[in-house]
Design a protein around this ligand. Sequence first.
Ligand code: XMP
Length: 560
Amino acid sequence: MFADVQPSETKADLLRNRKGVIISGGPCSVYEAGSPDIDPGLLKNGPPVLGICYGHQLIAQHLGGTVQKGERGEYGIAQLELTADDSLWKNIAPSQQIWMSHRDSVAQPPPGFAVIASTETSGIAAMSDPKRRIYGLQFHPEVVHTPAGKDILSNFLFGICAAKRDWDVSQRVPLIEEQIRRTVGDRSVFFFVSGGVDSTVAYTLCLCALGPERVYGMYVDTGLMRLGETEFVQTIFERLGAAHFRVEHADMEFLTELAGLHEPEQKRRAIGEQFVKVQERILQSGHFLDGHWILGQGTIYPDTIESGGTAKADLIKTHHNRVAGIQALIDSNRIIEPLASFYKDEVREIGREIGVPQEFLERHPFPGPGLAIRCLCSPHDAPLVDSADGWVLPVRSVGVQGDSRSYRHVLAIEAPPTAGMIRKEAPALANRRRDINRVVALAGAQSPLRSMKLFEAYLTRERLDLLRDADAIVRRFAAKTGIEQSVWQFPVVLLPVGTTSARESVVLRPIHSIDGMTAEAVLIEPAQLERLTNELLQIPGICAIFYDVTNKPPGTIEWE
Ligand code: XMP
């Protein structure tokens, strides 16, 4: 069985031959003007339908039930009690944990529907009309917090819809290529590529589908990338068979815009706005806005379902999407997003199948604004402040505390990192002290902390080069020791903290994470850390090597 994602308003006739249709959840209320709707024909003699959350409410509304507006809603784990037999419940225990996340709820099921499960707060947690083969679930079977969710979905798909488990992933790539050829027609595709996995795989799919002559790629070198990055990306695209791949060198422009800024959000905004300007210029001067071109993007499924979830990544993407020229292309349907219905792991699999090199697919995530947000700046000189818990570094870094962003100082403990610091000390300090959100240990230094201070500093080519050198040393070390494979990400940060003869410090930030939303600081074996620290301290101008022992929360992975 092959499944795909279609807009909710898709005409019922186009879905008539499907084995089954699932109407997903969503954040709207069915009563809001302009909220997503379905073609009512979908619920008349069509294939089986399962509505989840908002989909469940839409079904109730369309078929004559009532939906009740909720003020506070119900969020989190609840206990589901099955109240009637149903094909959906085959081999499902009569009572079990499920995940609820909704404001509105169904107050009255439509005529012909039976209530088949409830929770303490939701009388109608599930309903069904087996004759018409229409089902509704208020809870979310698709999340891990509903342990039987997959079984319930299987009962729908393989029981009620009689779908077969015969989907062969090898059909996937030819299908995507076919879709690309249909959408593009006789036009050519233009991509802004970032050197990241998604845009590279999307670009390569277009290369495979259309041939190298009709696919054009542009990479903007912001000057904020790691050592050798532009050359690496160029080599990869050559190996992939790109015939029209160009690098736009825009480092001077970016540095000029960033000069004199120190506040993280200002830096991010300046980079976003500059990117927009460069994109506009390229689109105009290359005539990519005329009818011959269609714009390719590496948008993946989570980008389309998450709005605001990964706020910073989204911010960058919003900036890119806001380019007037790109908006015009979107408005006139001249856009192709071959990966829009895939998750990250599927994107990697597809990449592997079409020959994108493994070393490329396994790269650590790297933030759009690049080294700019790892190179901290300061508008003034300031002393380090002695306290009973350690030295307060007067630089500030970003954190997440409660549900909101914090921007606070950093506490430095004058001792090498330990597991106890990560597990106990750092969380306790961040909870107790209102002035900090991050704790670092001292892996090594040329001078004691009491002789150091914070220097006034901004983003300059020299400082970026220094960070690039330190980062390159850490990457070589991580590759050689295998640490690269065991961590999720390993940011390296530059702080203008030191002495007059060596004014900068390096922070090591290796972390484990699943999705970047939370993270744990990771320890490096002491002898290895000592070797790395000594090598970094050889770089002229570097005074100290700090080690970030803060989890996320309360610190973020990146410092800005
Ligand atoms: P934080 O620092 O919020 O980072 O804990 C979580 C993950 O997101 C990455 N990150 C970004 N990615 N553009 C991106 O594409 C950005 O502006 C950005 N900021 C942070 C970060 O590297 C980590 O993987």
